[in-house]
Write a protein of this length. Structure first.
Length: 116
């Protein structure tokens, strides 16, 4: 079993930055590819960034490419999402999970709100 706790969200003006963190407990974190997902009001949850087990490979959705950076520190059981040049349509609840996601591992997420 893996427990994932997201943090770092908040209210920021357009053009600002936030850094999200997701700390895992339980089974061996480094054995999992990880992803950051987001769900905006009235929309489906979507994958925005993913990183392989040893961080050799990353993926970004087109909507965040060039603005977001995913990274991980396996020694700290933590995955990060650095978000720069934020836009109002980045407003959503952000979640981390394995990639592909495991239903039982969804946490509470962290709210990111970007004002115009």
């Amino acid at each position: 079993q893996v427990q994932l706790v997201e943090s770092g969200g908040g209210l920021v003006q357009a053009g600002g930055s936030l850094r999200l963190s997701c700390t895992a407990s339980g089974r061996t974190f480094s054995s999992y590819a990880m992803g950051w997902f987001r769900q905006a009001p009235g929309k489906e949850r979507e994958l925005v960034a993913a990183i392989s087990m040893k961080a050799a490979n990353t993926y970004y959705a087109d909507s965040v490419k060039g603005r977001f950076t995913i990274s991980r520190d396996n020694a700290k059981n933590t995955v990060y999402l650095q978000m720069n040049s934020l836009k109002p349509n980045d407003t959503a609840v952000y979640y981390c999970n394995c990639n592909p996601p495991v239903r039982q591992y969804w946490g509470q997420g962290t709210q990111v709100t970007v004002s115009a």
